[in-house]
Design a binder for this molecule. Sequence first.
Ligand SMILES: *[C@@H]1O[C@H](CO)[C@@H](O)[C@H](O)[C@H]1NC(C)=O
Ligand SMILES: *[C@@H]1O[C@H](CO)[C@@H](O)[C@H](O)[C@H]1NC(C)=O
Ligand SMILES: *[C@@H]1O[C@H](CO)[C@@H](O)[C@H](O)[C@H]1NC(C)=O
Ligand SMILES: *[C@@H]1O[C@H](CO)[C@@H](O)[C@H](O)[C@H]1NC(C)=O
Ligand SMILES: *[C@@H]1O[C@H](CO)[C@@H](O)[C@H](O)[C@H]1NC(C)=O
Ligand SMILES: *[C@@H]1O[C@H](CO)[C@@H](O)[C@H](O)[C@H]1NC(C)=O
Length: 262
Amino acid sequence: MFALLLFFSVCCCCLVGVFSGDTDAVKSVSVMEGHSVTLHTDDIDIQSAHLILWLFGPQETLVIRINRAVKSVSIFDDVHDGMFRDRLQVDDQTGSLTITNITTQHSGLYQMTISGKQKTSYTFSVTVHTHLPIPDISSYCPQNSSSSSKCVLLCSVMNVTHVSLSWYNESHVHSSISVSDLNIRLSLPLEVEYQDNNTYRCVINNPITNHTQYLHINELCQPCSECLCCCYFTEAVIRLVLSAVVGVATVAVLANDIRSTQ
Ligand SMILES: *[C@@H]1O[C@H](CO)[C@@H](O)[C@H](O)[C@H]1NC(C)=O
Ligand SMILES: *[C@@H]1O[C@H](CO)[C@@H](O)[C@H](O)[C@H]1NC(C)=O
Ligand SMILES: *[C@@H]1O[C@H](CO)[C@@H](O)[C@H](O)[C@H]1NC(C)=O
Ligand SMILES: *[C@@H]1O[C@H](CO)[C@@H](O)[C@H](O)[C@H]1NC(C)=O
Ligand SMILES: *[C@@H]1O[C@H](CO)[C@@H](O)[C@H](O)[C@H]1NC(C)=O
Ligand SMILES: *[C@@H]1O[C@H](CO)[C@@H](O)[C@H](O)[C@H]1NC(C)=O
């Protein structure tokens, strides 16, 4: 549980944090899952400090204690069911905390408390981004046939948090939608003429990375009536087959019942 660590050489190449000093109170940090992030405290003078604590989450769970008076560094990485196990490194000279191989459960507030001549606290808000899926573009037949002169497209992604989904018309953002909570299915529609010559693409992005899917109007945009007709036809066939199967099964069960009661 206790680990004494004199940590110095942080692997710089695996630090993929993006810092944006929002307010002077809370420093926001974005990081990709699986990467490492260092919560920097460069501008903080800890030379006169005798005790430095790192606290995590709303319950302010103690994860690191640096007692400079006796030169000891304690890492409590078995808290919260061991979610920090083998993931925490601390620089006892600067007090910087590094979280390696980060996962979404490590998102949240990290508070550094420095006790010296006076007590000061610094808060870091860490957002862990999952790997982005590639958006999927499909054509969509609205029930309403009034807009059938246009091709309606849907750009969608599954199971995403903290992302924006945008349609670009050439280099301009045509429309955009953002989510911060888990969204099982995020979709953004676009209506284009069947003979549209502009280049459209759907882009998913978070503060760290993005993926693009280009729209191929010729491949995706078929006149809606045909599509509707074939969809309904397939559905009708499936329903027919299903009800036939259920019917046969019911007859079989009934026959069996009648036989056993006799
Ligand atoms: C990173 O964490 C995941 C589980 O969250 C684990 O499966 C994987 O082995 C870890 N990778 C490294 C390099 O420690
Ligand atoms: C078709 O769309 C129009 C407006 O675009 C709407 O007023 C009308 O109710 C819609 N009809 C159906 C059947 O959805
Ligand atoms: C989305 O999440 C649900 C439940 O967590 C899962 O069943 C489903 O397979 C996921 N879909 C994709 C495309 O990852
Ligand atoms: C895309 O941009 C072109 C040129 O500005 C415009 O004519 C066209 O209507 C736009 N497409 C959509 C779907 O808005
Ligand atoms: C698209 O381009 C073709 C020739 O490249 C042109 O004939 C057609 O009018 C264009 N359509 C639109 C909607 O601009
Ligand atoms: C996507 O990421 C690249 C760098 O990887 C960047 O140059 C580009 O501007 C980004 N595009 C959007 C739409 O965010």
